[in-house]
Design a binder for this molecule. Structure first.
Ligand code: F6R
Length: 365
């Protein structure tokens, strides 16, 4: 039931504060300011030399964000690949190591095959899935459910933000086990994390302005998304979301890669969506924005008040997200990225819940 919404996708975008809150309540002891994993783990994070992550599409991008979290919070090296490659690479995986798979449906053929390959190598398997009765959930040694509820729109939205939420909790648990995150550090991250649902609700209030910008984006043939750090996978996700429902060609790039090729595309016809909270790499991203501006590119900044006050460049539009801890930012920034894709596609008259050529669950390779 779509309720008051025109599309399932809109309903699911708006449900995010609630479902991320529900997922957090499942994994966090709010009073103690600690992550509380519902299941005992059959492996010890302190003994792992790395984590191997695999998934497809949007779930893969959640994994790419988690790479930064595991490496920064837990000093745990991460190897990550799309499941369609991971299943055939025959990557050497150490016995008793950890493979983490991420899937909304829990039925994606390539992700399932990668999970089975990891098991054949003697790895522990942990899945972050939204459908608890799915094949991937059944075949994993540990299941960490996302509590997003059924996701009907083909483009993944609330499952993605819940995947990020679970993965950040897991990275915090890993940091505690590995001694790289002390109790005070954990409490600080948890305090930031439990504010996420409220900040997502605040991000949703930009919908009207995003809808106006969408009319401009709808005229473009190509759109570039740029970001650094965790905003790099968010740029990839923004581009995927836009292309899959509006059919506008979009590409996400690490902002620092701009001058290694994509800068050749920049002119006034190509909107450049820059995802840049005021974090440790913000200034570096500003220098890339300057490169875009110098070539007549039109910048759309999805950032915060501090960054907006600092960069001094003219933008086509600026969306000011609430101030948020840098680690938690991807969860909040998912909202404007999804809204921009949604409103662009709706303005163009596309069927956003059932985009052409796509299926909700990809059970064949
Ligand atoms: C994009 C999208 C797809 C899925 C991918 C994996 O919006 O929905 O890219 O993320 O097909 O599906 P799951 O998560 O079910 O394994």
């Amino acid at each position: 039931d779509k309720g008051e919404y025109r599309h399932y996708m809109a309903k699911e975008i708006h449900e995010q504060p609630e479902v991320v809150g529900r997922t957090l309540a499942h994994y966090v002891d709010m009073a103690a300011g600690r992550v509380m994993l519902p299941e005992a783990l059959p492996f010890d994070f302190a003994r792992l030399t790395r984590v191997y992550i695999t998934a497809c599409g949007t779930a893969f991008y959640a994994g790419l964000v988690a790479r930064y979290w595991f490496e920064q919070i837990a000093r745990l090296p991460v190897e990550i690949d799309v499941a369609s490659e991971a299943r055939y690479r025959e990557a050497p995986l150490e016995r008793d190591g950890l493979t983490l798979v991420i899937s909304q449906s829990g039925e994606t053929a390539d992700t399932l095959a990668s999970l089975r390959y990891a098991k054949s190598q003697g790895q522990h398997t942990l899945s972050v899935v939204n459908v608890p009765t799915s094949t991937i959930a059944r075949e994993s040694s540990v299941v960490m459910p996302t509590l997003a509820g059924p996701e009907i729109g083909v483009a993944s939205t609330k499952a993605f933000s819940c995947q990020l939420t679970v993965l950040l909790c897991l990275a915090i648990a890993a940091g505690r086990a590995r001694g790289t995150l002390d109790a005070a550090g954990e409490r600080r991250l948890i305090d930031a994390l439990i504010r996420a649902p409220g900040l997502m609700a605040e991000a949703l209030t930009h919908e009207g302005a995003i809808e106006i910008l969408a009319r401009e984006v709808a005229k473009a043939r190509d759109v570039l998304y740029l970001g650094r750090g965790t905003s790099y996978p968010m740029a990839l996700e923004g581009a995927l979301k836009l292309k899959e429902i509006s059919y506008i060609h979009a590409e996400g790039y690490a902002a620092g890669e701009l001058k290694h090729g994509p800068i050749a595309l920049i002119d006034e016809s190509v909107p450049v969506i820059v995802i840049a909270p005021h974090d440790a790499v913000f200034e570096k991203t500003v220098s890339n924005m300057q490169e875009v501006a110098a070539r007549g590119g039109r910048i759309v900044l999805i950032g915060d008040a501090k960054g907006a006050a600092e960069h001094g460049l003219e933008t086509l539009a600026t969306f000011t997200m609430p101030a948020v801890d840098a680690m938690v930012a991807p969860i909040v920034y998912a909202v404007p990225i999804q809204l921009l894709a949604y409103h662009t596609a709706v303005f163009m008259g596309k069927d956003v819940d059932q985009p052409r050529n796509l299926a909700k669950s990809v059970t064949v390779e």
